[in-house]
Write a protein that binds this ligand. Structure first.
Ligand SMILES: *[C@@H]1O[C@H](CO)[C@@H](O)[C@H](O)[C@H]1NC(C)=O
Ligand SMILES: *[C@@H]1O[C@H](CO)[C@@H](O)[C@H](O)[C@H]1NC(C)=O
Ligand SMILES: *[C@@H]1O[C@H](CO)[C@@H](O)[C@H](O)[C@H]1NC(C)=O
Length: 363
């Protein structure tokens, strides 16, 4: 009767695959936060709401692209959404407070703070801007989810939000608000005009996101969830890396929250924790696949990887902070100056405040 043994065997093997995935977490206890189904559904509902609201605006009201394709002075000015992603106190809140001072019509703040950590409420311009947040952990896709939650909330909240900048508690501004705002909005990229981009908006106001393909650890990072599991959605030659500190335009923010295809792969837990930084791959890979010409391929957030340890960049201490350091950190290889820098230890605050008026916000 069981003369068809190879068939039965392969059938059993086939059946056991889903079981393997079900029980694998028990055999290999997860070191990292898993994204639960209720959390996933919560996010999906938020992303859907934000997508629908945005589509509604686009068809109803041509002003949704205001500031980006129109120059009329009667229209309200576009805003920058600052997306603070943190799992500790906003240590530089007093510095950001000075940065934002007197510009309340030109920005919005959204804060995603890990709810499992007790954070002292920063007050001031930050008060009341905490969004509905979930636990985040390094080396897991939870940081992607947090960034997408911030993007969706900001898209929903204000149709004037036109650029979306991810900032961490270790970031500092390197210029005044006016300097940054004018660089982003009144200096449309003239480096090159390419005809094949998705739309004019992303051509004129490109997203500032680092997109790299020639990093030595890329193969290990690609296989961190298991060999070839990224296929067929993400073949290795399309896999990218870049800083998770980016500034996206509205169109790209929408593209990111609408994505289901790549997220299905990037949400898989990492088997190799040591080469797992999903948030450094998801955004650059997605943008490079969907609208490569719409991005600058570089970030405006300076980071010093010289002498990095355990995947953390150099963290500046108070004694290193000086006017020269600020000036040095601004210098970039692109036509834009760096706008933000990381990482700075909390003890730098006093020195930075001291430099604020005379150096940082001078321009
Ligand atoms: C904001 O504006 C007020 C009134 O014009 C001024 O006194 C104050 O110095 C300004 N604050 C900053 C940080 O520029
Ligand atoms: C980068 O960090 C190293 C220490 O790891 C330091 O010597 C160097 O001066 C830093 N570079 C800049 C531009 O701050
Ligand atoms: C600029 O490019 C040079 C050469 O590729 C590189 O060594 C340097 O680190 C770059 N500077 C910055 C600020 O990225």
């Amino acid at each position: 009767m069981f003369n068809n043994t190879p068939f039965v065997f392969s059938f059993a093997l086939l059946l056991s695959f889903p079981l393997l995935f079900l029980f694998a977490p028990r055999f290999f206890p997860p070191k990292h936060v898993q994204i639960s189904l209720p959390d996933e559904l919560d996010d999906l509902a938020l992303f859907r709401r934000a997508t629908l609201a945005t589509l509604h605006i686009n068809t109803d009201n041509h002003h949704s692209r205001l500031g980006t394709t129109t120059k009329s002075s009667s229209l309200p000015k576009p805003k920058i959404a600052f997306l603070f992603l943190t799992n500790s106190d906003l240590q530089f809140a007093p510095l950001w407070e000075l940065f934002f001072a007197n510009h309340s019509t030109l920005y919005n703040i959204y804060i995603h703070a890990d709810p499992s950590v007790k954070i002292s409420p920063p007050g001031g311009v930050f008060q009341g801007h905490f969004i509905s947040s979930k636990k985040t952990q390094r080396g897991s896709p939870t940081l992607i989810s947090a960034a997408r939650r911030l993007l969706a909330t900001a898209l929903l909240d204000d149709p004037l939000n036109s650029y979306f900048a991810v900032i961490s508690q270790h970031c500092i501004p390197l210029h005044s608000f006016d300097f940054m705002y004018n660089s982003l909005f009144t200096k449309p990229v003239t480096e090159s005009t390419r005809p094949n981009s998705v739309s004019t908006q992303s051509l004129i106001y490109r997203s500032f996101i680092e997109i790299l393909s020639d990093e030595p650890q890329l193969w290990g990072r690609y296989n961190a969830r298991g060999e070839n599991v990224m296929l067929p959605e993400v073949p290795f030659h399309r896999f990218r890396v870049g800083s998770q500190f980016f500034i996206l335009n509205r169109e790209h923010a929408l593209l990111v929250i609408k994505d289901r295809r790549l997220w299905r792969k990037f949400r898989l837990p990492c088997l190799n924790i040591h080469s797992c930084y999903p948030e450094e791959h998801y955004f650059p890979t997605l943008l490079s696949m969907e609208d490569p010409e719409g991005s600058t391929h570089y970030t405006l957030t300076r980071v010093n990887w010289t002498g990095s340890t355990g995947g953390h960049p150099h963290t500046y201490q108070s004694v290193e902070v000086s006017p020269e350091l600020i000036r040095k950190l601004r210098v970039s290889n692109s036509t834009y100056s760096f706008m933000f820098a990381r990482k700075f230890s909390p003890d730098c605050l006093k020195t930075l405040l001291h430099l604020a008026e005379k150096v940082i916000f001078r321009d």
